[in-house]
Design a protein around this ligand. Structure first.
Ligand code: PLP
Length: 378
């Protein structure tokens, strides 16, 4: 039995998304910018996908701009957002717990002369409203703080950030990287009060290479790519209709199933945490609370890589902390000031709508065996 528990890294494409992509490749293969019938049908596919992607977070379809994924959306939101808000000031706020797509973009801004504040998360991985309040200034142009953390699942109080910005009477733009929350947590762009939101298709059973940036109506962002005028002149290039059609199908179903999948993930996360800490008394749960889709835990005294390799022999796939890390120490867990032994033994287990209780129990059993075997070998 192969047990895939790395759904925060990516998910398997669901059959309905696969079918939508196949249809766009085989039948509706026209260029959505072409004016004859085949092109018009491709454009219709694209616009239906846009409406489906928008509806999950109650956005207007005109506020959704397709991109190649979360990374591109984050780059656009931060570099474009800072430029759009330049008149408001030179100060940017983000955090040390962000995805590299945000961190590297913010670092780029530093090189361009912006003054960037990197907030430190608290022990549970959250950036509190108080932390933001302490950093906000009259010249803060842009705040970029993620909704759900990809390593710990910690959920940030994004609605609280927008309330604080308003309370202070600031015109600061608010961006959230919602890649791990979109289609998973019950949020809307209005309740969050964001100006910009990044989302990605492959975390919700769509294809890799598709995503979107929500840009609040009225906000003028500079174009990301200049070209043929696609995406309302903001992101040139023929749209990837098969991947975007799949994104639309995946988004629509994520919306329909949101509550059911959320409850399912919560049961699995609770089961995993309970059984693992019962069977392995030394195990530490890093992410208490937060997104039900991500369980971050640690076996201090062991190394994540060794545990992962041991699990892989039983065809169980989990991750060190995030798929982007490839061997480096987790900057998120470090920013949370966790003890080095906890960071070294950290594992991320992430669930999908298809994960079963049996798979979770299998993980707990094999993790226990791995911990005991590795302990004896020392
Ligand atoms: N932001 C977060 C929080 C993520 O988890 C990821 C992917 O792991 C990204 C951004 C990047 O998304 P993509 O892989 O679509 O570029």
């Amino acid at each position: 039995m192969s047990v895939y528990l790395d759904n925060a890294a990516t998910t398997r494409v669901r059959p309905e998304a696969e079918e939508a992509a196949l249809l766009a490749m085989r039948e509706e293969y026209g260029n959505p910018s072409s004016t004859y019938a085949l092109g018009r049908r491709a454009a219709e596919t694209l616009e239906n996908a846009r409406a489906d992607v928008a509806s999950v977070v109650a956005a207007d379809p005109e506020e959704i701009f397709f991109t190649s994924g979360g990374t591109e959306s984050d780059n656009w939101a931060i570099l474009g957002g800072a430029e759009a808000a330049k008149r408001r000031g030179n100060h940017i706020i983000t955090s040390l717990a962000e995805h590299p797509a945000v961190l590297r973009s913010a670092e780029k801004l530093t090189l361009q002369g912006y003054d960037v504040t990197f907030l430190r998360p608290d022990k549970s991985g959250v950036i509190t409203v108080d932390a933001l309040a302490g950093a906000l200034r009259d010249d803060t142009a842009l705040v970029s703080l993620m909704l759900a953390n990809n390593e710990t699942g910690a959920i940030n109080p994004v609605a609280g950030y927008s309330a604080e910005i308003k309370r202070r009477g600031l015109k600061t733009l608010l961006h959230t990287d919602a890649v791990q929350a979109y289609g998973k947590l019950p949020v809307t762009v209005k309740t969050l009060g964001v100006d910009l939101m990044s989302v990605s298709a492959h975390k919700i059973y769509g294809c890799k290479g598709a995503g979107a940036l929500y840009i609040r109506r009225g906000l003028k962002l500079p174009p990301l790519l200049v070209g043929g005028g696609q995406e309302s002149n903001l992101r040139g290039g023929t749209q990837a209709t098969p991947a975007l059609a799949a994104f639309g199908a995946a988004a629509r179903l994520a919306g329909v199933e949101l509550e059911r999948n959320y409850k399912h993930a919560a049961i699995l996360k609770n089961l995993a945490a309970t059984v693992i800490t019962r069977e392995i008394p030394d195990a530490v749960i890093i992410s208490d609370g937060g997104s039900p889709y991500i369980l971050s835990l640690s076996l201090p005294g062991h190394r994540s890589e060794t545990l992962m390799s041991a699990l892989e022999t039983d065809e169980i796939y989990v991750s060190r902390s995030s798929a982007c890390k490839k061997g480096a120490v987790s900057h998120v867990l470090q920013a949370m000031s966790l003890p080095p032994a906890v960071i070294d033994g950290a594992l991320r287990v992430s669930f999908s709508r298809d994960t079963t209780e049996e798979e979770v129990l299998f993980l707990a059993e094999k993790l226990k065996t791995a911990a005991e075997t590795l302990f004896r070998r020392r």
